[in-house]
Design a protein around this ligand. Structure first.
Ligand code: 6PG
Length: 254
């Protein structure tokens, strides 16, 4: 593992590991460490999961020994950073992916699982309902996740914040995307307001296909309007990028 020394905001760390397996292992290791540290002084640990394929290997590690047995899952609460607006049993559902790769394998009470609503409501109603879920869970304080996992799309999107997405209202916690360039087209996503309030944000990105995007992520001349992932800058939290060597190959370091 190597840490990039490139110019970055305080609290930001950029780790480069040998390969995708090492990225998954570091992600699992950090989840367990943050969960244990948080639960040592809090009654609950709130985490927002990411969709896509990258998290699957990390989920699989967390779903089995030794990592599975190092977390008090009864005090973990699982949310999603975004969701495709499809039924929860649909092959494209991020909830289904997490259920199959992680949630079905750990002793997490069903009441601790907080999926974004995607049936029996419109997308706008779903966004309103999930806003209520977040407000109720974190009340009386504003929503502040203990940990947020995020991925990076080749176009610089993260969660379902795309370069083409209209900026949601500043106060919005959850917004609707209707023309996602990454199918399915209709999605729900947490906003920068939520992501940037988090205590810890972990980006996992791997593979040569992300190398050019990551060069832009760490290019100070490029804004988050062009690369939405750059808009994630926790105001009072840590930001960690966990990359593999192929993904980090184009980053200008030092
Ligand atoms: C989704 C994710 C999305 C994902 C990136 C990276 O709904 O697909 O929220 O933001 O994290 O597109 O996806 P991969 O991990 O598959 O490269």
């Amino acid at each position: 593992m190597r840490t990039l020394s490139l110019p970055r905001a305080p609290g930001t760390e950029v780790l480069v590991l040998e390969n995708a397996s090492a990225v998954a292992l570091e992600g699992a290791r950090r989840f367990v460490r943050l969960a244990r540290e948080t639960l040592a002084h809090q009654s609950r640990f709130s985490v927002a999961l990411s969709g896509g394929s990258t998290p699957k290997a990390m989920h699989a590690l967390l779903a089995h020994a030794p990592w599975r047995d190092q977390v008090d899952w009864t005090r973990v609460h699982v949310f999603w950073g975004d969701e495709r607006f499809v039924p929860p049993d649909h092959s494209e559902s991020s909830y289904l992916m997490a259920k199959q790769t992680l949630l079905d394998h750990v002793p997490l009470p069903a009441t601790n699982i907080h999926p974004m609503p995607t049936v029996d409501c419109t997308p706008d109603q779903a966004a309103q309902r999930y806003t209520g879920v977040l407000k109720n869970f974190f009340a009386p304080k504003p929503p502040r996740f203990d940990l947020v996992f995020l991925g990076l799309g080749p176009d610089g999107h993260t969660a379902s914040l795309f370069p083409s997405s209209p900026a949601p209202p500043e106060i919005a916690l959850v917004s609707v995307v209707t023309q996602s360039p990454k199918p399915p087209p209709i999605r729900l996503t947490l906003t920068y307001r939520v992501f940037n309030a988090a205590a810890h944000v972990l980006f996992l990105a791997e593979g040569a296909g992300k190398a050019e995007t990551l060069r832009l992520v760490f290019d100070p001349s490029v804004t988050h309007k062009f690369i939405p992932a750059k808009g994630v800058q926790p105001t009072q939290g840590t930001l960690t990028w966990i990359l593999d060597e192929p993904a980090a190959a184009h980053i200008q370091d030092g």
